[in-house]
Design a protein around this ligand. Structure first.
Ligand SMILES: [Zn+2]
Length: 136
């Protein structure tokens, strides 16, 4: 069995409960998502759990390289990678589903576009993917 770090483990427990857990730094207010133990902004180790809304915006879109097809995401349909910024402030690269080349072209003029987090079941564990709000 893989020994998960405590923070990572709690994060996945959160997903099982349908919650998107991040870490907030009480010193500078920075939010880390996906959570890491220490604050990347000021280096504080005293971060605490917060439940993120999962709402945010996608600021850029990168299509996956044709050669690096991801079989674990096959069930999800077309997707791209995007820079996502949560309303809590965390910024990271995420998988955003429902985007093919045509959709990307359409969205490029509209960035940033609203997205929301979803729990995706993948090979026996859950992970976070994002979806366009307009697809709801
Ligand atoms: Zn901080």
């Amino acid at each position: 069995m893989i020994k998960l770090e405590k923070v990572v483990q709690r994060f996945y427990e959160g997903l099982e409960e349908g919650k998107f857990l991040g870490r907030k730094c009480p010193v500078c207010g920075n939010v880390e998502f996906p959570p890491v133990y220490a604050c990347n902004k000021c280096g504080s180790y005293e971060t605490e759990w917060i439940e993120c809304s999962g709402k945010g915006v996608m600021k850029s879109i990168v299509m996956p390289a044709a050669l690096s097809s991801k079989p674990e995401y096959a069930a999800m349909g077309p997707f791209a990678y995007g820079e996502v910024e949560l309303e809590e402030g965390a910024c990271f690269n995420a998988v955003v589903k429902g985007i093919n080349k045509r959709k990307r072209k359409e969205l490029m003029n509209k960035l940033p576009v609203p997205v929301h987090a979803e729990v995706f079941q993948r090979n026996g564990y859950k992970t976070v993917v994002f979806a366009l709000d307009e697809e709801k």
